[in-house]
Design a protein around this ligand. Structure first.
Ligand SMILES: C[S@@+](CC[C@H](N)C(=O)[O-])C[C@H]1O[C@@H](n2cnc3c(N)ncnc32)[C@H](O)[C@@H]1O
Ligand code: SF4
Length: 457
């Protein structure tokens, strides 16, 4: 084993961009201009009778969290949200005119904060969705919740609409950290939320937690995990804080000196992961944990786990239709993304034009590499030749195997039969390792340098 720990030279770092999280492949970084006609053709070519998934992006929040990396806009008045909602409803109708009334398997509301919508407005939107799509057999209907903006009435309205999973943004229970990220929410508030969800019959609960936040230590992380365990959420996402102040200016409000270094971050993740697994949670992929009664647990064991824009999922559908600004649709023939600016989005829909501006056609080769990368991101191992066979796409993987062998020499990977498997030591480098198969990634840097780059954040 030949592990490398020398720091990277600046010239090498300059070559490496942020490593993708591979919630899609090719990643959104590769999208170019896409005209409406191509998009409409892809919609027209959707396989008849197959269920699709729907994603709704609600881009508004009441307050700014300084750590936030999401696409959102703060509005302390409800007027802009109401205006937006009417336009979103028009987009749903516009889409259904093109596709007809499709069957739906999964529904996800993300943001921003979907919980900003008033109960009557949520109902108004869902009534139109039900009119335009058949959601009667949808397996999962999930909503992302900012616990500070939800109340009993809203939660009851979710249950009435058919919501069966709620994803609560917890982040961290430590007050000093909460103050440093401008996101103060007491444990009593979470207890109140959980009671309301239980009363409403919404039993599948996710907690979003983050490590690597200001002032977090092993002690505070342990405390947050212990408090989390008392609530028994069926699923936990444990994200590493992505600090990108050059892209998200408000993150400059977070002092650099308050942030744990890379070694501390790694230790925080490992401690949290260990405690969760000791308490019955299965570690799933990069950053998810699930209890035995969560569908992700079984899906993982059956080898059916998939990765999409929301992270890990059991959703089998090959089509996801995205609504709202910046939302991405994924279809068998390609990806299409709505314009990100809320103003431009409103203008486009009001003019009855398509909000799609960017995207990418997917080739047969892309589909094969997508499955390879997704398998690696879900299971930490992959047999690329087997996948090329099932895709009937001949490819020798010569360069990829050279890089994989370097990782074997470094102790980051090993062989498991014909499959290349990431070792315990190599697990923190999952994203860097996945770049080996990314045909759009600049492959001129050495794979070991990419791993060091990932470990240096
Ligand atoms: C759209 S938000 C969830 C709903 C709601 N807005 C909230 O914050 O409670 C999705 C999740 O992304 C995660 N997140 C946001 N910014 C992040 C960042 N910079 N690094 C890592 N995770 C982040 C948070 O855990 C957050 O709960
Ligand atoms: S973390 Fe959630 S509530 Fe906070 S600003 Fe971002 S999207 Fe809004």
């Amino acid at each position: 084993m030949n592990q490398v720990n020398t720091p990277l030279k600046e010239a090498v770092v300059a070559k490496l961009r942020r490593l993708p999280r591979y919630t899609s492949y090719p990643t959104a970084l590769e999208f170019g201009e896409l005209d409406d006609k191509t998009y409409d053709l892809w919609l027209h070519e959707l396989p008849a009778g197959e269920a699709v998934s729907l994603y709704f992006h609600i881009p508004y929040c009441e307050k700014l969290c300084w750590f936030c990396g999401c696409f959102m806009s703060v509005s302390n008045k409800y007027g802009p949200v109401e205006t937006f909602l009417d336009v979103l409803i028009s987009e749903v109708r516009q889409m259904a005119e093109k596709t007809g009334r499709l069957n739906v398997s999964h529904i996800h509301f993300g943001g921003g904060s979907p919980s900003i919508l008033k109960p009557d407005d949520f109902k108004k939107l869902i009534d139109v969705v039900k009119d335009c799509f058949d959601i009667s057999l949808a397996e999962e209907f999930a909503v992302e919740i900012d616990p500070r903006t939800v109340d009993r009435d809203k939660i009851m309205s979710y249950a009435k609409a058919g919501v069966n999973r709620a994803s609560l943004g917890i982040q961290d229970f430590n007050l000093k950290t909460q103050e440093a990220i401008n996101r103060i929410q007491s444990i009593e508030l979470i207890e109140d939320n959980m009671r309301n969800f239980k009363d409403a019959g919404i039993e599948k609960i996710n907690f979003d937690l983050i490590y690597g936040l200001p002032y977090q230590t092993l002690e505070t992380i342990e405390d947050t995990i212990q408090k989390t365990l008392e609530f028994k959420p069926s699923r936990i996402a444990l994200f590493g804080y992505a600090h990108v102040p050059h892209m998200k200016k408000h993150q400059q409000l977070i002092a650099n000196h308050s942030l744990p270094n890379q070694k501390e971050r790694q230790a925080q993740f490992e401690l949290a992961s260990k405690i969760l697994q000791e308490n019955g949670y299965k570690s799933i992929g990069l950053d998810h944990f699930a209890l035995g009664d969560d569908p992700l647990f079984e899906t993982f064991d059956q080898g059916n786990l998939r990765r999409n824009f929301q992270g890990y999922t059991k959703d089998k559908s090959d089509t996801l239709i995205g609504f709202g600004p910046s939302a991405i649709s994924s279809m068998p023939n390609g990806y299409a993304q709505n314009v990100a600016s809320i103003k431009q989005y409103l203008d486009k829909i009001n003019l009855d034009t398509s909000p799609v501006v960017r995207g990418l056609k997917i080739s047969r080769e892309d589909k094969m590499f997508r499955e390879i990368i997704s398998t690696l991101m879900c299971y930490f191992e992959v047999d690329p030749l087997q996948i090329s066979k099932t895709h009937q796409f001949e490819y020798d993987f010569k360069n990829e195997i050279l890089s994989l062998n370097k990782l074997i020499d470094a102790g980051y990977m090993e062989m498991n039969g014909e499959a290349f498997k990431i070792t315990e030591v190599g697990r923190p480098f999952l994203r860097a390792i996945a770049t080996i198969f990314d045909q759009y990634f600049d492959q001129s840097s050495d794979i070991i340098d990419r791993c060091i780059h990932e470990s240096e954040g």
